[in-house]
Structures are given as structure tokens and as C-alpha cells.
Design a protein around this ligand. Sequence first.
Ligand SMILES: NC(=O)c1ccc[n+]([C@@H]2O[C@H](COP(=O)([O-])OP(=O)(O)OC[C@H]3O[C@@H](n4cnc5c(N)ncnc54)[C@H](OP(=O)(O)O)[C@@H]3O)[C@@H](O)[C@H]2O)c1
Ligand SMILES: [Zn+2]
Ligand SMILES: [Zn+2]
Length: 335
Amino acid sequence: MRAWVLKKQSKIEERPLKLVEVETPYPKDDEIRVKVLVCGVCRTDIHIAEGDLPLKKDNLILGHEIVGIVDKTGKGVKRFKVGDKVGVSWLNSTCGKCKFCLSGRENYCPNFKCTGWDVDGGYAEYTIIKEDFALNLNDIKLEAEDVAPLMCPGIAGYCAFKLTDIEKGEKLGLYGFGPTAYYVLKVANRLGIDTYVSTRSQKNIEAAKKAGAIWAADASKKDLPCKLDRSIVFPPAGNLVEPALKKLEVGGILVLAPVSMSTIEIKNYSQNLWGRDIRTLFNVKKSWGEEFLNIADEMQIKMGKEVFPFEKLQDALILVRKGEIKEPNAVIKIS
Ligand SMILES: NC(=O)c1ccc[n+]([C@@H]2O[C@H](COP(=O)([O-])OP(=O)(O)OC[C@H]3O[C@@H](n4cnc5c(N)ncnc54)[C@H](OP(=O)(O)O)[C@@H]3O)[C@@H](O)[C@H]2O)c1
Ligand SMILES: [Zn+2]
Ligand SMILES: [Zn+2]
């Protein structure tokens, strides 16, 4: 099969991926082989390609926003048959035996394996996944190209949203308005939750208002009109944490979504932190991923995407890196 392989980490402008012919993978007993239709581009791909994250395997195939069709099943596979439509997300597998896996908190599993990082991902004609971790898309009516971005920013945003434990009638704050926050806002609207967005750029402020925010501005320049019940910080900016806590009601929860963050300093514990909880998003859960896909499909949530042919993957990565992509998401069409 044809696949884009990462030979050696280097700046994305140096084109570290090579389109080569590799052996088509064969599914083990509990695995399915997926013929990849599309795979969305994520910034994490660039972090891995450039070496911000360590390389965990040689000749790695990146890509973790995969939509495809089952084309071969292992002998023991029960959930899927050839021809089924499936999704593969960042969550490739967990051990299934540890205390976290056994209590439905597999996102904390010490053996959490990531698609397109620990194991080969979707920038290839075929990919392999254990049947237990593939998402069944047979009933999803959205086009594959619209489903791909749901697989990473969509599911991650929904997991951050679930961590807030917010209820109907409460007020939600979102700090930073990228693709992840967009999906959260859409879901919050549907559940009757008033959402307040703080983001710096006029472009994102307008996008948030258009998507249904009650209020959108840069809260460091224009004071939020009220206190909030729950909030989520998306950008990796530690300086947002104390102001976000300050705007929370006592009893509120602040969820931090980033995988890394600049220094967090709490200067006034008694006024800004005391009585509030901080939670962090640590990987994603399969059940929440499934829940989100069904909600997104029911609501027909679509975000702008620019579709690139398979051969142009590297050009797409360079454009994403430079922030020169016209739409919020880039999606690679593979077959
Ligand atoms: N924990 C997990 O398991 C997991 C999984 C997937 C994703 N994530 C995280 O989810 C987050 C969201 O990703 P995303 O791509 O949607 O968001 P993003 O593009 O990183 O950030 C969203 C917006 O925040 C604003 N922003 C950026 N830097 C800022 C700063 N220093 N101060 C204030 N605002 C800033 C920008 O908008 P303006 O220019 O308008 O301010 C930006 O468009 C990422 O941090 C990622 O690490 C976590
Ligand atoms: Zn991702
Ligand atoms: Zn485990």
C-alpha cells in the first residue's frame, strides 16, 4: 500500500514525510483492517513530525482523525463486518485490565496507546485497529470529510465539556475559540447552556457570536458581564487560569484542556481559587467519543474544511503549520 512515512523528525518545511510503498498490514484475531477514506490533519501530527513530542516507533505513519471502511476482519472479530463504516481516533487502545480500564476511566490507563504516535495511523491506504476501539459510523449520516475533524478536536472538546459537569440553565465560559471550543459551544447550545467566550482575535470573536455565544470578547480587555458556573481554558496559556477562576462562582469547576501549559500562578488563593475545583483533560474516553459522534450527527454539526488529495499531505501540513489554511480544518482524501 502507499503510505506517508516519517523517517526522521525535522521542521515540517523540510518535508520529513515520504510517500512510499509499504507492506499492507494484516489484522490479528481481535483487529480489523480499515481502508482509509479520509484522515484529518491535527497540530499534534506536526508536533510529532518536528520532534516536539518524542518518536515512539520507526517509519511511523501519522494521522489520527480517520474515517474508513472495514475491508478485512480478524478471526475473532464480532462487532464489525467487511463494508462497515468506522472511525479511528487518538485512542487506539488501552490495556483493559488496570484499575482505570476496569472502572471506565481508560483515559488514565498507563498503557494508553495513541493512533499515529505509538502505532501507525491514517495517512495510508489501510490502517489496523482492535475492534473494541474502532467507532461504529454505520448510522452516521454526515459525510466522511465532515466526520474526520470530529475525531480529534470534536471528541477532545466534548470530553472537556463532560468534565465540567455542567447542567442546563448554568453558565459556561470558554477561553480561546479554536475548533475544539467551536464543538463545545455547539453542544452547549443544544443543551440550553448559555455560553460566554473569551478570545483575542476579532475573527474568533465574530465566529463565536455566529456560532451562538451569548457574549464574546477578550475578557482581559472587556469584563465578562457576570460570574460563570463552569469554564474551560483551551490555549496552553497559564496566565489565563487565575482570571478564569476569578470569574467562576464558588462551587464552580475550571477544566484545563491543553496537553502542556506555561507556568500557572495563583496569586490570590482565598479570593480566586478557594471553593473552586480545577480539573485537567487527560486523554479521551471511548464512551464519550461515541456519545459525541451521535450528538454531532443528530445536530449535523459541520465546520469548514479544506480537502487535499493524498499526494498533497505535506503541503497541507506546511499550510497548517503556517496558519495559512483557509478553513479551520484540513482533511486528506485518501480513497
Ligand atoms: N488533553 C487532551 O487529551 C487533549 C486532546 C486534544 C486536544 N487537546 C487540547 O485542546 C486544546 C484546544 O485546541 P485548539 O486547536 O482548538 O485550540 P488552539 O488553536 O490551541 O487555541 C484556541 C484559541 O485560543 C486562543 N489563544 C491561543 N493562544 C492564546 C494565549 N496565549 N492567550 C489567550 N488566547 C490564546 C487563540 O484564539 P485568539 O487568537 O482569538 O485568542 C486560538 O485560536 C489544545 O490546547 C490541545 O492541546 C487536549
Ligand atoms: Zn489531534
Ligand atoms: Zn488499562
